[in-house]
Design a protein around this ligand. Sequence first.
Ligand code: F6R
Length: 241
Amino acid sequence: MDIIRVKDYDELSEKACKILTNEIKKSGSSVFGLATGSTPEGLYQQLIEKYKKGNISFADVTSFNLDEYVGLAADDPNSYRYYMDEKLFSHIDLPDEQAFLPNGIADDPDKECHDYEALIKDAGYIDLQVLGLGLNGHIGFNEPGTPVDRRTHVVDLDESTREANARFFNSLDDVPKKALTIGIGSIMESKKIVLLVSGEKKADAVKRLVNGEVSEDFPASILQKHNNVILIADEEALSKL
Ligand code: F6R
């Protein structure tokens, strides 16, 4: 795992933006895996700025988001589809039909997972996967205990994850109990992974990610076995290494 140490969140977003734009410049038709949450917001802002300045185009890019809450429709402000539209998609030229998220209101969530996996395969798998890190080591919504070969599946969210994400909702009761997520097996098939971590509250998780044993109890630890992972982390997040 390569570690890029940055001063702060702004520099983290800049570095990540550079990696994604280089990827687009290199191949044009890149397949990105994208994350939601607080951490990639700065990256998305920077990508929008680059696009507005005419420096990049997403016309030939395809994107697959990691996850979506079960029960939330695209027009629900707490759905990840809504987040992506707001924070990135509506500001750039990525065609709608090339921007995929699992459908949170699919009639048959298991079939939705199966179909999502097939779409990723048809696209030639993910060239560059952007990840954030959960306090409990989750990547995507693969909570502790998830087998490392899991494909896209329906998960019961950990109470700690629901509590961490309650800040986006009116109350903890409003946070869905289930989600659809790309599996760890699918994440590990990405050609390159860029993991973004910022802030002191993630310092213990970063320590376990880098130095801990590889274990299903801390899903992100499996990334130690991937041969092309770049961890971009700020000084606070790296403070316990
Ligand atoms: C988001 C996702 C999650 C987050 C993680 C960190 O699509 O899959 O794994 O990346 O929960 O979230 P933040 O960035 O809000 O700390």
